[in-house]
Design a protein around this ligand. Structure first.
Ligand code: AMP
Length: 614
């Protein structure tokens, strides 16, 4: 198998400079060349390694692998599964069963996915060595970027990175998001000096669990070093926009600190104070400049004004995040938006080898060493796919599964992974389309995640959850002899943070008018009914705004149907869409709104699964 590029400057105090950096870039690009050229062989080797190591784990024994380690037997015997199929095994591990159920190596922690099951975050088992694989993928990003934008080693990156809350499973394993796990690991904290991971945010500000202090201190450090910043970013577009919004709210305080070289007393985490003080020096000139820019009525181009040497914004704007492209363009005067990688809690998948391309053209090359990848062909029609939503797949579907090197250009597939950490033929839930090839390795456009109706940040709410939430809230109207006769929803990102909007048409047989407070209660009931990731976004991360109900006048949904029919929908098959995105439809709905209500407070949320807290 091609050797992963090794960082020769790995010893304590050894930096990556000049020739060493060039050398490192070359080795990273050679690695990509190697693994994509030999994609088939690498994939077979990865699969063989995973099965050989784990041939005796309970899961594979149960499916009758009986120590056989060849790919054909594996594919014949091991079923393609969803999270729900794995849940009993995952719960045993979470409850403290240490026997090798899924993986021969000890499960080091659970990564909490933003996908949900039964309203709770999914728990993805992981092993210590996976950190190395993630770190490898990160190490390839800048050498690729350097080909399109050289000179990035001469300045810094201003990235807004955050840790989120952690919980312990009843068995004592940590459960936390994959990025929190990575930032807290020695791979990130103790990284040797490297101009490519030279950020304006000191580690202490990133690792601060208080989101206000973390954001404030990262912005302050970014502003203090504004001339050095060559690239800015966050993981997702929503996170970056949140930082700009924070600046809009707090620039007066930030300027006060920059002017005097003092740090606001609300920042009381001693390690953050210590780290910021190393950077912050009194600078009235800079404070005047920032103040003058922020005072201007328009914030158009604020990023290029405050950080004038910025060459691009590094954020994911593929998938649901594409809704933020116009806002980012506005704040940045159209700087390139760069999507570098495609990853999940289950596994890090791949990277974009043409980072300066337009967001609509982004495709990701899956790196064949990360996991064993299979692909289930899908044909979407009217938003539905031809494959069974849940496993087991039927015999025909099973036979249709293809290997990485056998996918066809232009065809859409659902991604299925077998990982070193103990997921076997696991359906990730993402639909990808083959857009091209890098050597023998396909490049995929991210099309969508299956079953996601609404998303603002990392929340992913499906139609079933939405339906349940509407039902719970609508029950509250029964006392007024009223019911929700039709509804649809919309992710409104014109507010910062964005929020869910529900359009309700009401049937009222009673004579008593419904007081506004009842609709406000309905908003909150819906929020309480939504999944844990949504409630965390509302209550803890503040990345989602209060849910809004807009009451539309009677007959609005008939008008919606008329519109769909005029656009060619079939009357027999017409179903009210439970989520709308198309601007003319949203305009139609908005033009018929008679009143609107917001959730009066945040829904309840606790870290960890509900059942762990009882
Ligand atoms: P999580 O497991 O919470 O980390 O979420 C992983 C999911 O986020 C993936 O399965 C995708 O649905 C989505 N995702 C990750 N990276 C990208 C990307 N570059 N573009 C679009 N969606 C992405």
């Amino acid at each position: 198998m091609p050797e992963a590029p090794k960082n020769r400057g790995n010893g304590a105090g050894l930096g990556v400079e000049g020739g060493i950096l060039d050398d490192k870039n070359i080795r990273a690009l050679e690695f990509i060349e190697d693994v994509t050229m030999n994609a088939k062989e690498v994939q077979m080797q990865v699969l063989s390694e995973i099965i050989t190591r784990n041939s005796n784990v309970e899961y594979l024994q149960r499916h009758g692998l009986n120590g056989r380690v060849d790919a054909d037997t594996f594919k014949k015997i091991v079923p393609v599964v969803t999270y729900e199929d794995m849940l009993p095994d995952i719960e045993r591990i979470a409850n403290g069963d240490m026997s090798p159920i899924l993986c021969s190596k000890p499960i080091s922690e659970f990564l909490t996915s933003s996908g949900t099951s039964g309203g709770e975050r999914k728990l993805m088992p992981t092993i210590e060595e996976e950190l190395g694989r993630r770190s490898l993928l990160y190490s390839l990003l800048m050498p690729v970027m350097n080909q399109s934008v050289p000179g990035l080693d001469e300045g810094k990156g201003m990235y807004f990175l955050f840790v989120k809350s952690e919980a312990k499973t009843p068995g004592g394993l940590m459960a936390r998001p994959v990025l929190t796990s990575y930032y807290k690991s020695s791979y990130f904290r103790d990284r040797p000096y490297d101009p490519y991971t030279n950020y304006t945010s000191p580690n202490e500000t990133i690792l601060c669990p208080d989101s206000y202090q973390s954001m404030y201190s990262q912005l302050l450090c970014g502003l203090c070093q504004n001339k050095e910043v060559l690239r800015v970013g966050a993981v997702f577009a929503s996170g970056f926009i949140r930082a700009i919004r924070f600046l809009e709210k707090h620039w007066v305080l930030l300027c006060k600190d920059i002017r005097a070289g003092t740090l606001d007393s609300q920042i009381n985490d001693p390690s953050v104070r210590e780290a910021v003080k190393r950077i912050l020096k009194p600078n009235p000139e800079l404070a005047d400049f920032i103040e003058a820019e922020c005072r201007r009525e328009s914030w158009e181009g604020i990023i290029t004004r405050l950080w004038p040497n910025t060459k691009y914004i590094d954020v994911i704007v593929t998938g649901t995040m594409s809704q933020y492209i116009p806002t980012l363009d506005y704040y940045s005067n159209g700087l390139p938006l760069v999507c570098t990688m495609y990853a999940s809690s289950e596994c890090y998948f791949g990277l974009n080898l043409n980072p300066l391309c337009k967001p609509s053209e982004v495709s990701y090359t899956l790196i064949p060493t990360m996991a064993y990848f299979e692909f289930l062909p899908v044909n979407r029609k009217n938003g539905f796919t031809n494959v069974s939503e849940s496993a087991p797949l039927n015999e025909k579907e099973h036979q249709e599964l293809v290997d990485l090197v056998d996918v066809k250009l232009g065809q859409e597939y659902e991604l299925v992974v077998t990982t070193y950490a103990g997921l076997y033929r696991y359906r990730v839930g993402d639909i990808l389309c083959v857009a091209g090839f890098k050597n023998k390795a396909p490049q995929f456009k991210f099309i969508c995640r299956k079953n996601v109706a609404l998303s603002i940040d990392s929340d992913k709410t499906d139609e079933f959850e939405l339906q349940n939430a509407v039902k719970n809230a609508a029950d509250h109207l029964l006392q007024f002899d009223a019911s929700v006769t039709e509804y649809t929803s919309y992710a409104d990102t014109s507010t910062i943070p964005g929020h869910y909007v529900l359009y309700w048409e009401i049937g009222l047989s009673g004579a008593t008018p419904i007081p506004p407070s009842v609709f406000e209660d309905c908003c909150l009931i819906m929020e309480e009914s939504l999944n844990s990731v949504y409630r965390q976004g509302r209550a803890s991360d503040k990345s989602i705004g209060p849910l809004e109900i807009r009451i539309v006048e009677g007959g609005t949904f008939d008008k919606l149907m008329d519109y769909a029919l005029s656009q060619g929908a079939s009357i027999n098959q017409y179903k009210t869409p439970r989520c709308v995105k198309y601007a003319p439809i949203i305009e139609l709905l908005n033009s018929r709104v008679v009143s609107n209500y917001f959730s009066p407070k945040c829904p309840k949320w606790v870290a960890g699964h509900k059942q762990w807290c009882t």
